[in-house]
Ligand binder design. Structure first.
Ligand code: ATP
Length: 371
């Protein structure tokens, strides 16, 4: 919509309307090549204001390159980068409203915790009283309020990473970029910091863009996830959307465990490679080439529609994982049974070598169409 300014002399002219955007970041047609290698292929990506967004994918898929392009540490070969509505494609990192937390904490070892956090404010010539107050607030936010005068050399890995987060948030950036920030920590600490980061992000409301190759971490943290594969976005959505309705075989395999059953649609049914026919949703495309059934949806029951044999079984505490071989094929499928459901099963049902039948509900079989 064009805004009109009415001057005193009654001349009317259009004003430049501020671009209202609820997107913190907009990438359009981003291409990045290194010599003859294409790291990103015309990537389009919108990250909303205030969301916790994860870039997820295997090593070399282009996550860090995407993050570095947003931060301005790496130039683009083509395309535009907008942050908070402003085209920053040609701007240097320090002129973008963005801060970054790296896996290596990159703290100044000769400074104390609070001096590290206040460092950027000092460079920006913020008064001493003001920078101490803001740095202390940032440290309180990450739960290190009592550590301000400690030398950073005397911090644990988890504490150092919290200081790095406080330092990155102290000047209130619009966007915080985090490149595998928990990658160097052991699993238990990593999980604790995931919870803390998620609480901090909700408290400050800053847009977080978080790079990880760990799908569980992305699922635990993200409002939305983009899954990258070889420089392209395979799928973008909430953790639930991606888990329940993977669009491609790659996504189904990358997120969680999947039973991928190849075959073809025949009328109202789906014919598996072993010739057995199973139900398929009426809305599934005629080009469906596979059904994805999650292990928790694969049921072992006497009324099932597929014959199978139990190959192995492992009690894992909250679930029991059962591997089965489908009759007439070499395909193995996995069924997980909750501990609660296990209590109601006759033990002999899960004997190794036992022939059983399996099934799933129609809505638990997600169709994938490939061309
Ligand atoms: P990882 O999880 O291993 O860090 P990633 O998904 O972050 O991987 P990128 O680091 O973005 O992947 O790399 C994407 C592709 O670009 C890779 O094939 C990589 O080899 C290539 N690449 C990245 N940086 C450079 C560079 N400076 N020079 C040449 N090739 C590069």
């Amino acid at each position: 919509m064009t805004n009109l300014i009415v001057r005193e002399d009654t001349a009317v002219e259009p004003a430049v309307a501020p671009t209202f955007t609820s997107n913190a970041i907009e990438l359009r047609g981003i291409v990045k090549t290194y010599g003859s290698e294409v790291a990103l292929h015309e990537l389009d990506l919108d990250i909303r204001d205030g969301e916790f967004f994860c870039l997820l994918g295997p090593s070399g898929c282009g996550k860090t390159t995407t993050l570095n392009i947003i931060g301005g540490f790496v130039g683009t070969t083509g395309g535009t980068v907008r942050i908070a509505g402003e085209d920053v494609t040609k701007k240097s990192p320090n002129r973008r409203p963005v801060n970054t937390v790296f896996q290596s904490y990159a703290l100044f070892p000769h400074l104390t915790v609070i001096e590290n956090v206040a460092f950027g404010l000092r460079m920006a010539r913020v008064s001493k009283a003001e920078r101490t107050r803001r740095a202390q607030d940032a440290l309180d936010l990450v739960g290190l309020g009592a550590f301000s005068s400690r030398p950073v050399a005397k911090l644990s890995g988890g504490q150092a990473q919290r200081v790095a987060v406080a330092r990155a948030l102290v000047n209130k950036p619009k966007v915080l970029l985090l490149d595998e920030p928990l990658g160097a920590l052991d699993l238990k600490l990593r999980k604790r910091l995931q919870t803390e980061l998620s609480i901090i992000q909700r408290q400050v409301g800053t847009t977080f863009v978080f790079v990880t190759h760990d799908q569980e971490e992305a699922m635990a943290l993200a409002d939305r996830i983009a899954i990258l594969n070889e420089g392209r976005i395979e799928q973008m959505g909430t953790p639930e959307e991606i888990y329940r309705t993977p669009r491609t075989r790659f996504v189904a395999e990358f997120i969680g465990e999947s039973n991928i059953l190849n075959g073809r649609r025949v009328g109202t049914e789906f014919e598996l490679e072993n010739g057995a026919r199973v139900p398929i949703a009426a809305t599934a495309s005629a080009d469906t080439t596979a059904l994805v059934v999650r292990p928790e949806s694969l049921r072992i029951d006497a009324d099932g529609f597929l014959d199978a044999e139990i190959v192995s079984r492992a009690y894992l505490g909250s679930i029991t994982r059962v591997v089965l071989k489908l009759a007439g094929s070499e395909q193995l499928v996995v069924s997980t049974i909750s501990d609660h459901a296990l209590e109601h099963l006759d033990e002999s049902t899960l004997e190794i070598g036992r022939r059983v039948r399996v099934s799933w509900s129609l809505k638990a079989a997600h169709p994938i169409a490939e061309h």
